[in-house]
Design a protein around this ligand. Structure first.
Ligand code: SF4
Length: 392
């Protein structure tokens, strides 16, 4: 088996949002670099399938950045991925500013970065769309037959409980079948972080943030959405299989600037054949995570797997298992019995001791599902599971 989840990164945005430290670069709408870059992604997908490093029939996700800024090149890229790898799910991230009706008719699933429907909050975030445009775009995408997810952000300066519930209610009323909810993070070096340092905004505290998350949980439950991951809610049958792949240890291939890939030991032969530029790790390494460091201009003109450069992170078996337990605890079902059993085989009963202490302290239920406390204090829960990597 090799990667069953494909991620394509599109590192272009019209303008950087104030809080953003993702790998994206301001790019004029007509820049021909984007077409060349998209063509490069297409060729790399085909080569990955030919090299056996990517399996057909898995999930695919085009993220960014702003994939919809590619304009016609995006539906063409999606059609090519579909033709070559026949994914069972194919989602594109979309910005309300650039997701058009014509594009919606040619895509499959879309995750629309709404963040808020209130113009004052959107202005704090430095988003280029307003609330009206965001809701129009959602409605248009739903009418075009897309399975639509809305990304929303809480703990934004100026946001109140009432405005937060209005944002939640508006996207649900627009017909989305999936909602992702994230608290606004202050990323060092961003304009938003500088404004916070200068005291320009009063920020919600941890209690406010917890209240926003609880409001999202109860409002979305009242509208038939199930919380299947700490930040993800879906109507029945609409969970994101691609994201579930990340949380269940499925190997994934990321193509594009700053895209990450992950492969386990039994895939190393295929991996090193496809990427001869990588150094083979020592025998105790069980997992490789690699992040593409080739920039967008390079990838627009060099379309071979062997040309790319990577930052590589190496994990031992213990580290890989601790990571999988930690990711499993993000999901409402918790880590699987099969994973716990593999972790116990590799690390011994320290695994049971850790899980028992997390149950005793109220972070997990006896079925190992995260409790409300586990979700609200996720850093403690995930940190204690990750500590298993270094237990002896
Ligand atoms: S649209 Fe997304 S990737 Fe682009 S700048 Fe805004 S937050 Fe960053």
């Amino acid at each position: 088996m090799t990667a069953r989840a494909l991620y394509l990164h599109v590192p272009f945005c019209v303008r950087k949002c104030a809080y953003c430290d993702f790998a994206s670069f301001e790019t004029p709408r007509e820049d021909p670099l984007m077409d060349a870059y998209a063509a490069g992604l297409e060729r790399l997908v085909v080569e990955s399938l030919d090299a056996g490093i990517l399996m057909a029939g898995g999930t695919a996700y085009v993220g960014g950045g702003t994939p919809t800024l590619l304009a016609d090149a995006l539906p063409d890229l999606v059609a090519s991925v579909r033709r070559h790898s026949a994914p069972c799910e194919l989602t594109c991230e979309a910005n309300p500013d650039s997701l058009t009706l014509d594009m919606s008719l040619r895509l499959h699933d879309a995750a629309v970065g709404v963040q808020s429907v209130h113009d004052d909050e959107l202005s704090v975030l430095g988003r280029i769309h307003d609330g009206r445009r965001a809701l129009e775009t959602l409605g248009q995408a739903v009418s075009a037959g897309l399975d639509v997810s809305a990304d929303l952000m809480c703990a934004i300066p100026l946001q109140t409980s009432e405005s937060w519930v209005t944002s939640l209610c508006s996207v649900v009323d627009a017909g989305v079948s999936h909602v992702s909810v994230y608290p606004l993070m202050i990323e060092e070096g961003t304009p938003f972080a500088r404004a916070v340092d200068k005291g320009e905004y009063s920020l919600p505290d941890d209690n406010d943030e917890a209240l926003f998350m609880e409001q999202a949980s109860s409002f979305l439950a009242s509208r038939g959405f199930t919380r299947y991951e700490v930040a993800s809610y879906a109507l029945p049958g609409h969970s994101c299989r691609h994201n579930q792949a990340y949380w269940t240890g499925v190997s994934y291939l990321g193509i594009g600037t700053a895209a990450s890939s992950m492969f386990d030991l039994d895939e190393f032969e295929v991996l090193f054949h496809a990427f001869p530029q990588l150094e083979r790790p020592s025998s105790e390494i069980a997992r490789i995570r690699m992040t593409c460091t080739s920039d967008r201009r390079f990838l627009a003109s060099h379309h071979r797997l062997a040309d790319q450069s990577f930052d590589v992170e190496l994990l031992t078996e213990r580290e890989a298992l601790a990571e999988d337990l930690m990711l499993g605890a993000r999901m409402s079902c918790g880590p699987s019995k099969e994973l716990v059993s593999r972790a116990r085989d590799a690390m011994g009963f320290v695994v049971d001791d850790t899980l028992a202490s997390l149950i005793d302290d109220g972070y997990l239920t006896t079925d190992l599902a995260p409790t409300e406390k586990g979700w609200l204090l996720g850093n403690e829960l995930y940190g204690r599971l990750w500590d298993l990597a270094s237990c002896s």
